[in-house]
Design a protein around this ligand. Structure first.
Ligand SMILES: *Cc1c(COP(=O)(O)O)cnc(C)c1O
Length: 414
């Protein structure tokens, strides 16, 4: 069946025809039959260079032979036991070794579960009720973080989804990214804040990069107010390098959440941090957290193979950075938008200057983006279908791929 036919079926049986809203594309999304290396094959017989990479997890591309071998080996031994497995202490050792701020870690099944649990741990540990997040920061689809900023006069959050209780949303306060004064102001005023959670590099509207010194100021402000700092590194973890954004910028958060790349393409999340905070998690402490599929052997096997690959080839990160630089440098000089990149994350914003926060990113011309996106797809390049989702590169993208991406950019931007 072609994509249009599959979508006609799905639209009758599934809300919006999709399993997650970002996948909806008008008039219908293409359906994928297979992925190999940097490419996917669609139900319509098209081969596309993939710069969406499942919205981040596939740092090693599709069906990487080493990950595949690890999954296959585990499959032969079964794939779920409900008991501890040797993979858990092994993987915990690698993750804590790579992130000195993570003295202990718990594995869960998704990034959203990781942030939900980290926020609960922060509240349980501090005994405080409120959390502060960054406007436009995305931390998964659970109630505490499906919150947007209230009207100008108030910093109290309001629900960003039907079904989220206003009573709950007002415990989630928001500050603009790259604005340490706003954070200082809100923490001076609100005394019941358990944690400040942020993506150290905003990945879900961009990337939007931290200005010089911002993350260090965030660290000292939270410390001064006795508020826990949670780095949501679900995108940046293992993508910006081993040790993620916290290693890149030299910051030690109290808690960290991981996901995406950590599972090599299988479902995973993890949260960890200071030992005394993590000791509050059940069964060693009173903060309840549990999951049937937590630490499941397939995800850990795929994740362990991914981390082994990255540890064995640290220069991969430099090459990824060079690839995004090459794409940026190939763009036409005369252009109306701005190109933002960091390592294997990049984006062209239809806005004159790189945005520094959510409000600026929102000024981008999404109509122009839509036309551009279709043009790129017609030229065989699959970018995430939103101005506000980061494009990704993988270690298996070749120089020919980046040349093809650059040529498509030039054609679509001129
Ligand atoms: C994707 C993402 C999440 C949610 O992860 P899921 O596995 O989709 O639940 C949380 N935080 C950030 C920064 C993300 O990019």
């Amino acid at each position: 069946m072609k994509s249009s036919e599959l979508y006609a079926l799905a639209a009758k049986l599934m809300p919006g025809g999709v399993s997650s809203p970002v996948r909806a594309i008008r008039p219908y999304p293409f359906y994928t039959l297979a992925g190999k290396g940097s490419r996917i094959k669609t139900a319509d017989g098209q081969y596309l260079i993939d710069c969406c990479l499942a919205y981040g997890p596939l740092l090693l591309g599709h069906a990487h032979p080493e990950i595949r071998a690890a999954i296959t080996a585990q499959l032969g031994n079964g794939w779920l036991y409900g008991t501890p497995t040797p993979l858990e202490p092994e993987m915990a050792g690698v993750v804590t070794g790579d992130h000195p701020s993570m003295e202990m870690v718990r594995f869960v099944s998704t990034g959203g579960e990781a942030t939900m649990s980290a926020l609960r741990a922060a509240r349980g540990f501090t005994g405080k009720s409120d959390i502060v997040k960054v406007e436009g920061g995305f931390h998964g689809a659970h109630d505490a973080v499906l919150v947007k900023a209230g009207s100008g006069a108030t910093t109290l959050g309001v629900p960003d989804s039907a079904g989220v209780l206003p009573d709950l949303a007002r415990h989630t306060l928001q500050v603009p990214y790259n604005d340490p004064e706003a954070l200082e102001g809100i923490l001076a005023k609100h005394r019941d804040v358990a944690a400040f959670i942020l993506e150290p590099v905003l990945g879900n509207i961009g990337p939007v990069l931290p200005e010089k010194g911002y993350l260090a100021e965030v660290r000292s402000i939270t410390k001064a107010h006795d508020v826990l700092l949670i780095f949501d590194e679900v995108i940046t973890g293992y993508r910006l390098g081993i040790g993620g954004a916290q290693a890149l910028y030299g910051i030690r958060p109290d808690l960290t959440t991981l996901g995406k790349v950590l599972g090599g393409g299988l479902p995973i999340g993890a949260f960890g941090g200071r030992r005394e905070i993590m000791a509050c998690i059940a069964p060693s402490g009173p903060v309840y957290q549990a999951g049937t599929f937590s630490g499941n052997p397939l995800s850990l096997a795929a994740g362990a193979a991914t981390l082994k690959y990255l540890h064995g080839l640290p220069e991969a990160y430099r090459r990824l950075d060079e690839m995004s630089r090459a794409i940026g440098e190939s763009l036409p000089r005369e252009r109306r938008g701005s190109f933002v990149r960091l390592g294997s994350m990049f984006k062209y914003f239809f806005r004159a200057n790189p945005p520094r926060d959510y409000r600026q990113a929102k000024e981008s011309d999404t109509g122009a983006f839509g036309e551009f996106w279709k043009g790129m797809l017609a030229r065989g390049i699959f970018l995430p279908p939103s101005q506000f989702e980061t494009n990704f590169l993988s270690v298996v993208h070749t120089d020919e791929d980046t040349t093809a991406i650059s040529e498509a950019y030039r054609a679509c931007l001129s």
